[in-house]
Each structure stands twice: as C-alpha cells, then as structure tokens.
Design a protein around this ligand. Structure first.
Ligand code: AMP
Length: 249
C-alpha cells in the first residue's frame, strides 16, 4: 500500500515575520524556511506505518518553488522512499494544491494520503478537506492515532470532552494533529542516503492543473501592539486593580 504525504515549505516556526511596508503580505526574503511542523508529523507517521509493515511505499510531495526540493530531501531523510516536486513560482492557494494532489493521486494510486492539519504560514486548514471532496474519499482530520486494519484505517481524534474514534474505508485522507507522534531526529547518514533517493519534477501544466489564484489578499496588518504590563506589589493590589481599574471582578 502506497502512502502520499504532502509537505509544505514554510517560514520556520521560530522566525518572527514582518509585514511588508506596502501591506501586501509578509516579508519572507532571507528568512529561514523549514518543513511545516504538522507535515513532519505526517512523514513520521507514514514512516512508522511502513516500519510496522502496514505500508510498502511512502511518497513525499511538495508544490511550490524549486527550493521545495530541500523540504523533500528532509522528508526522505525522515523515511519517505521518494519525492515528487510540482514546481511553480505561482503563490499556491489551498484549492490549487488540492487539485495538484488529486492529479498525483490519479497517477500514483495511493490508498492513503496523510497531510498536516494546517500550514503554519497561512493557517488555512483547507487542503486535506478540499482533496477529500475532490476525490470523494472519506476523511479524518486532526488525527492523534492512526491504525491500519485490513481495508480500513482507524483514526482517533481528540475532541471536546474525550476521544472520537473513526473507521474509514481505504482509500482515505487523514490530517495530523500535534500529539500524533514526535518526529525522529534526522541523522547525518540518513541525510546522505536521502540525497540518493529519486526526486521527480513536474509542472502544474504537466498535470493539467490551472493554479491561478482564486482569492485576492486585500491588506495585511501587524496585530495591534500590546501595552506594557505593570508589576503589582501584592495580591491585594492586584485584586484592587481588577476590581476598580479593569472592572472584571
Ligand atoms: P493548509 O490547508 O494550507 O493549512 O495546509 C494543510 C496541509 O496541506 C499541509 O499541512 C500540507 O500537508 C498540505 N499542503 C498545503 N500546501 C502545500 C504545498 N504547497 N505543498 C505540499 N503540501 C501542501
């Protein structure tokens, strides 16, 4: 059984981005880029399923600029068997990515696609759901446990007040939550091995997909600056301020 794992190249989670002076977006020139953290969890999960013998091949896919090759090499160093880059300089929106992934699903015929629940740059949380809709496949989002049982995948999700367990008939779409696993440390020998793995490149045109943006960003602003806090001498002073200044108690 093949598993497809889409991995997005995003601004590293440690970087504090700045809004461009023309408010058209955030400035990502010269900032550190990394694999979206939820996608690292997805690659780790697919690799563990392969190590357990439930999966035969893990294919990592990234859509975007040529440098997404680095993201794919990281995925292959974690454990993906090969990589596919869909190369374009167009800023891709979730619907375009979902259409590209559908075309790759048609080509590769995986039984499972494991995506991150959201990309930490645009926080869209849409691609997995759109892909499930385009393919008309069942989906389980925010997975905290994934088990393959015959022709089904059992997915545990953390919901308000407990755990929800879903059983989906394969082929299916799963999106990862933070607590699904802790991705392994990428070792130097595995980075070296990853350099030798196959990486195929396509363009959106090769896949017959129109990736032109459908949404327009009107304006991007910094969040309002927070005013400085005050240090109170004791609990009584705090209670007094909460009562008489903030008027919240
Ligand atoms: P989003 O809907 O943008 O929040 O992204 C959800 C998930 O879709 C990500 O965690 C990735 O698994 C996948 N994804 C989104 N954009 C891309 C991309 N450009 N290339 C590969 N995978 C992507």
């Amino acid at each position: 059984m093949k598993v497809l794992v889409p991995v997005k190249r995003v601004v590293d989670y440690n970087v504090k981005v700045r809004v461009k002076s023309d408010h058209s977006g955030v400035d990502i020139s010269n900032v550190k880029m990394s694999m979206n953290p939820f996608d690292e969890i997805a690659v780790e999960e697919a690799t563990r399923l392969k190590e357990k013998g439930a999966v035969t091949e893990v294919i990592a896919v990234s859509c975007g600029v040529a440098q997404c090759q680095e993201t794919l090499r990281t995925a292959m160093a974690i454990g993906a068997d090969r990589g596919v880059l869909v190369q374009t300089d167009v800023a891709l929106q979730p619907l375009a990515v979902a259409k590209l992934l559908r075309a790759l699903v048609d080509k590769e015929q995986p039984q499972l696609v494991i995506l991150g629940k959201q990309a930490i740059d645009d926080d869209a949380n849409q691609t997995g759901q759109m892909l499930a809709a385009l393919l008309d496949w069942p989906q389980a989002t925010y997975a905290s446990k994934v088990e393959i049982e015959g022709d089904q995948v059992k997915v545990t999700r953390e919901v308000d007040g407990g755990l929800e367990i879903l059983s989906l008939k394969l082929p299916a779409i799963v999106t990862t939550d933070l607590r699904l696993n802790e991705p392994r440390y990428v070792t130097l020998p595995n980075i070296m091995k990853a350099k030798k793995k196959t990486l195929d490149t396509f363009t959106p045109e090769d896949l017959g997909v129109d990736v032109a943006p459908r949404l327009k960003t009107l304006k991007v602003n910094e969040p309002p600056a927070r005013s400085a806090g005050v240090v109170v001498p004791d609990v009584a002073a705090l209670v007094d301020k909460l009562k008489n200044e903030a008027k919240v108690i």
